[in-house]
Design a protein around this ligand. Structure first.
Ligand SMILES: [Mg+2]
Length: 346
């Protein structure tokens, strides 16, 4: 068998400018990978690089030729473990670039087998769950309008970005228009440990499911300080990138927020899910602003999760790819009518 590979970069505008504590983006650069077998079957994956972790579309494009050479040399999409291991040996960092290739090869292999990805893993599609819909930082009125629109569209779970000087006002206003929604907040490292404890004490009245990444990742003792004092469960995102981070955060958070673009592949993220469970953590799968060329693959892990934050495609003005159907935000694996990840150019 021989495999042909290629990649293409594109810039995708977001529906609205998206602001978190670190800054604002209006578009996202993704690099889509194609792996094609002799029979003309094509696997698709994509990198949604995050500059916070040192990756850009430029760095993805710089390392993809070496990663795709691994795929062509192995020459068999069934040898997923070998491909992922050799990619890691070839390029130690650059997890979004490796994730793109991992997704494309998984997509191709499951298309060859004629099964959707979740079935390849033996997962029950009925055990799926709904994605949260993320509200970026803006003035409280605009955030409120976005929350109302999301509720009208059927979303029952909202994730609200914080890290401003008016966090309490934001949460109070959004809770007033979404009284029944499940509500998460994400400070993206914006608070000091003491600020975090004081803020979370005030926010606890608004019935939050959890507070994500209250303090900087380079302050692990600060995370523990907050965790030991917080009346609301704590999730770790920027503090939990790869497998070895799972035991390191296990005694200082309740929820691990895992992402393909942080850990570098579908096999690695599954190892992280099981490691997190073994350490008594709840598991959330999140994403960057990504198209369905990568989000679709993440959706197949939904049966293994406690929380899904897989709204990357929903935040785009126009995703060039269809993926797993999400009626009312529910990740509907049962209605997926095609093999592979379901990512398909619409
Ligand atoms: Mg986060």
């Amino acid at each position: 068998m021989s495999l042909e590979t290629s990649f293409q970069r594109r810039s995708l505008p977001l529906e609205h400018p998206f602001t978190i504590a670190r800054g604002t983006v209006t578009e996202t650069d993704v690099v889509t990978v194609r792996v094609e077998d002799d029979d003309g079957r094509v696997g698709i994956g994509a990198a949604g690089p995050a500059s916070h972790y040192g990756e850009t579309a430029d760095t993805v494009e710089a390392v993809l030729p070496d990663l795709l050479e691994v795929v062509e040399d192995v020459g068999d999409p069934a040898r997923l473990s070998r491909i992922e291991r050799q990619m890691r040996e070839t390029v130690r960092y650059n997890p979004a670039a490796r994730a793109a290739v991992s997704i494309a090869v998984h997509d191709l292999e499951t298309k060859r087998l004629g099964v959707p990805l979740y079935r390849y893993w033996g997962l029950d599609p009925a055990e799926s769950l709904e994605t949260s819909y993320t509200i970026g930082i803006d003035d409280a009125e605009t955030m409120c309008e976005k929350a109302e629109t999301a509720i009208d569209r059927g979303y029952g779970t909202l994730k609200v970005k914080l890290g401003t000087d008016r966090d309490e006002e934001i949460v109070r206003t959004i809770r007033s228009v979404a009284p029944d929604a499940s509500l998460y907040v994400d400070a993206n490292e914006a608070w000091t440990p003491r600020e975090a404890v004081e803020t979370i004490d005030r926010l606890a009245a608004f019935d939050l499911a959890f507070v994500e990444q209250p303090v900087p990742a380079d302050d692990p003792e600060g995370l523990r300080f907050v965790y030991e004092r917080s009346p609301v469960p704590i999730a770790a995102d920027e503090s939990c990138l790869t497998l070895s981070d799972v035991p390191a955060v296990a005694d200082r958070c309740d929820v691990a927020n895992l992402k393909l673009m942080k850990c570098g592949g579908l096999r690695e993220v599954r190892r992280m899910i099981h490691a997190a469970r073994a350490h008594g953590l709840e598991v959330m799968l999140g994403c960057m602003t990504e198209s369905n060329a990568s989000i679709a693959a993440a959706c197949h892990l939904a049966p293994l999760l406690d929380y899904a934050d897989l709204d990357g495609s929903l935040l785009l003005a126009d995703d060039p790819y269809d993926g797993v159907p999400m009626p009312d935000g529910r990740i509907d694996l049962e209605s997926l009518d095609r093999p592979g990840t379901g990512a398909t150019a619409d």
